[in-house]
Write a protein that binds this ligand. Structure first.
Ligand code: ZN
Length: 99
């Protein structure tokens, strides 16, 4: 990680991102930026890209599965697998009771 520039926070809590950085990141006016907080630092990322990385259920980073615009992390996928298996068993039971 490289420090590119040091900026002062203004009275409204804003900092200006250098033009060169915005150009390099392909960020432009009107884009939405997501802010991720770790213990001692923050990460800025373009919202659309960030959306792909966050679980739609628990908001955890690192999605392993996507359905349309929704991403899901490993633990939520595991949870859904059990739920789907459970639903499958109920469907099987209903099918057997109709036979
Ligand atoms: Zn999740």
């Amino acid at each position: 990680m490289t420090i590119i520039v040091t900026k002062e926070i203004d009275e409204q809590g804003r900092i200006q991102l250098p033009k060169e950085l915005r150009r390099e990141m392909k960020w432009s006016q009107g884009d939405f930026i997501s802010i991720f907080k770790s213990d001692n630092f923050i990460i800025l990322d373009l919202f659309e890209k960030a959306k792909e990385q966050h679980c739609s259920i628990c908001s955890k980073l690192k999605c392993i599965m996507r359905i349309d615009d929704f991403g899901f992390c490993e633990s939520c996928v595991e949870l859904m697998k059990y739920e789907i298996e459970d639903i499958g068993q109920h469907i099987n039971l209903n099918t057997h009771s109709n036979v």
